[in-house]
Write a protein that binds this ligand. Structure first.
Ligand code: T4K
Length: 370
């Protein structure tokens, strides 16, 4: 298969090179290339406006804000989380010296099942780290009610949930903090990058210190910080991409409509519909294969697609709880996580990005319509 014929699961949105070059000239002129420069400040403020959130702190990727959120909130002991995510979610808990406790998911959303959270709470539990997987909102109200009842912190891994709203309100305002990833593969990217969303200025100040080694000023270190800063080049890249993110999301929405039309008659293939109250970002398009009804296993379809040059991905297979670091935890027992296993064993994320054209989508659908 020639390389230009391959359809990848995603494709990064890139800013106009001329506009970007002009911003690079500004950076070259100022010689201020990192550490809270002008583009960094402008980007933080533009993001807070776009995302409808009070405060944003930029990061160099989407993993560090997870690590720092747990540090800042002094989370200790056990953290309840989902096994159905990218491994960075659980790694951030582990790196903080805490024990992840996996709770099964709701198969209708892929997100942690609030009805299963309370039974996992012990005297050592101090926080819940849910994930809005594929940008599908978690049951925020129920999770908050449980957290309030038991005095737990809630940190949302919102890496997939850029711009997602419920009834016009950002889901990034839920919990104590939410974190975002701006990795190249995300609906909005700064090449590598990420952010934390918080509710008050005092928390933002603290987080801004923590991502800069803990420095409050030239001579005072207020805590054991780390280096998580975004540089000026990527802040400029992000500012430009932000101007076009709505177009990118709209192109994805159209691709999702075409996929749904093409897939609805295929026995054994299921997918999720949009929720009327939600502004989705179409960051991923997962389908689920029922091998009995479809007549082929998920992996058979996955590899057949590869033969056609259609590179879907099995996000999120294997489950995090199946990786060697976490497998021996009591909550990683497959018997505790039946829904997560079912989803992980049946999912394929179809190619989903802003440059998919009709021909690409037809080719993806043709491999599935066997
Ligand atoms: N929490 C959650 C829930 C996450 O999903 C993630 C990251 C994080 C936290 C951590 O955020 P970061 O620290 O990463 O900001 C990707 C990403 O590396 C990762 O960011 C992402 N989640 C995860 C779900 O997927 P891979 O290994 O699947 O990416 P890769 O390199 O195989 O790329 C997939 C396809 O994308 C390629 O076939 C082609 C296309 N692509 C990729 C890159 C990197 C391009 O066209 N250009 C590119 O530059 O992990």
């Amino acid at each position: 298969m020639p390389k230009d014929n391959i359809i990848t699961v995603t494709s990064p949105f890139l800013p106009d090179l001329k506009e970007f070059t002009s911003m690079l000239r500004t950076i070259w002129g100022s010689k201020w290339i990192t550490n809270n420069g002008d583009f960094h400040k402008e980007f933080e403020s533009a993001l807070a406006d776009y995302l409808k959130v009070p405060y944003v702190s930029l990061f160099t990727n989407g993993t560090l804000p997870l690590l720092i959120a747990l540090q800042a909130l002094q989370v200790k002991g056990e953290v309840i989380t989902t096994p159905y995510s990218f491994v960075a979610t659980t790694h951030s808990i582990w790196w903080n010296g805490c024990q992840p406790v996996f709770v099964d998911i709701d198969p209708a959303t892929g997100n942690i099942d609030p009805d299963r959270i309370e039974e996992a709470i012990t005297p050592r539990t101090s926080a819940i780290m849910p994930v809005h997987v594929y940008g599908m909102p978690c049951n925020i109200a129920e999770i908050q009610a449980i957290a309030d009842k038991h005095g737990l912190k809630v940190i949302y891994d919102a890496a997939h949930a850029f711009g997602v709203e419920i009834n016009g309100k950002s889901i990034l305002n839920a919990g104590d903090m939410s974190t975002l990833s701006f990795h190249a593969t995300k609906v909005f990217n700064t090449i590598e990058g990420g952010a934390m969303v918080m509710r008050d200025q005092e928390t933002k100040r603290k987080i801004d210190y923590l991502k800069n080694f803990g420095f409050e000023n030239e001579t005072t270190v207020v805590g054991p910080g780390i280096n998580g800063k975004m540089d000026e080049v990527r802040a400029a890249f992000g500012l430009l991409n932000l101007k076009h993110v709505e177009e990118a999301i709209e192109a994805r929405r159209k691709a999702a409509i075409r996929y749904r039309e093409g897939l609805k008659g295929i026995k054994g293939i299921s997918f999720w519909d949009d929720l009327p109250e939600v502004k989705h970002n179409y960051s991923y398009f997962p389908i689920f294969v029922d091998e009995q009804e479809y007549g082929m296993t998920r992996d058979e379809l996955y590899f057949k697609m590869r033969d056609y040059g259609v590179l879907g991905r099995r996000y999120f297979y294997p489950l995090i709880s199946d990786f060697s670091t976490y497998r021996s935890l009591p909550s990683a027992d497959p018997g505790n996580l039946p829904n997560a296993h079912r989803l992980a064993d049946s999912v394929i994320c179809l190619p989903m990005h802003h440059v998919l054209d009709d021909e690409d989508i037809t080719r993806v659908l043709e491999c599935i319509q066997h």
